[in-house]
Design a protein around this ligand. Structure first.
Ligand SMILES: N[C@@H](CCC(=O)N[C@@H](CS)C(=O)NCC(=O)O)C(=O)O
Length: 220
């Protein structure tokens, strides 16, 4: 059984898959592919031309949510998606919010522009990015802040794919200089800081910071 993760290591969606595989002790190799310079014929692997894609032996599986569900089915330990219908639905909902709402609000803005575009020498409008974050992030932060309350996880008392999906987007936001205001969102600020410092995420963050540092230094 061989696994290859196709994608860019700095992508939050790729990181989500990496963390899931590391927690489940699934060995994989990485095939680096930039979403900005996809290899010819990539649309045959993924017609919407996005990363990540997981290659399991000879079969390609697209989309981080689908990949993570597949990994859970294949290797149920440690459990990252609860079986109880309500908890499972809550995890799916937070993952969807992270992938489709949080990502465009804080990662495709702060990280993509201030790190990727800057490293490529591509111009961007800082005020435009600030405006998108300002409009889209606070309602999501309010909602997460409420859901977390005084706990450590988004769903129940258990670490889950919901936490991986949300934290990986916050990692990219932080790489782009966008941090949670913990005066305004104390539960969310505490939650993000705690997971950033955890052994699950800290090594991944340190590696990403190093990579970003090199990219920005080479561009300046
Ligand atoms: N829903 C997809 C989103 C993946 C995604 O948007 N990846 C970005 C890189 S972080 C990408 O491939 N962007 C290229 C594009 O949208 O054309 C997933 O969860 O895998």
């Amino acid at each position: 059984m061989s696994f290859t993760v196709i994608g860019a290591p700095l992508s939050p969606f790729v990181r989500k898959v990496h963390i899931t595989m590391q927690l489940k002790n699934i060995e994989f190799t990485m095939e680096p592919v930039s979403p900005f310079a996809l290899p010819e014929g990539y649309e045959k692997i993924n017609p919407v031309k996005r990363i990540p894609v997981l290659k399991h032996d000879d079969t390609y599986i697209c989309d981080s949510a689908v990949i993570c569900q597949y990994l859970e089915d294949l290797c149920p330990e440690p459990q990252l998606i609860p079986e109880a219908p309500l908890a499972k639905a809550r995890v799916a909902w937070f993952e969807k919010l992270a992938d489709t709402e949080l990502a465009p609000a804080i990662a495709a803005t702060a990280f993509r522009h201030r790190v990727i575009y800057r490293s490529m020498g591509k111009p961007f409008d800082e005020a435009e990015i600030d405006a998108v974050i300002e409009e889209k992030a606070p309602p999501l932060y309010d909602y997460f802040n409420e859901a977390i309350g005084s706990g450590d996880f988004l769903v129940g008392e258990q670490f889950s794919l919901a936490d991986i999906a949300v934290i990986t987007q916050f990692i990219n936001a932080s790489l782009g200089g966008e941090l949670v205001d913990d005066q305004r969102w104390p539960n969310l600020g505490r939650y993000v800081a705690m997971h950033f410092a955890s052994e699950t995420f800290a090594p991944s963050i340190a590696g990403a910071q190093k990579m970003v540092g090199k990219m920005l230094a080479a561009a300046s």
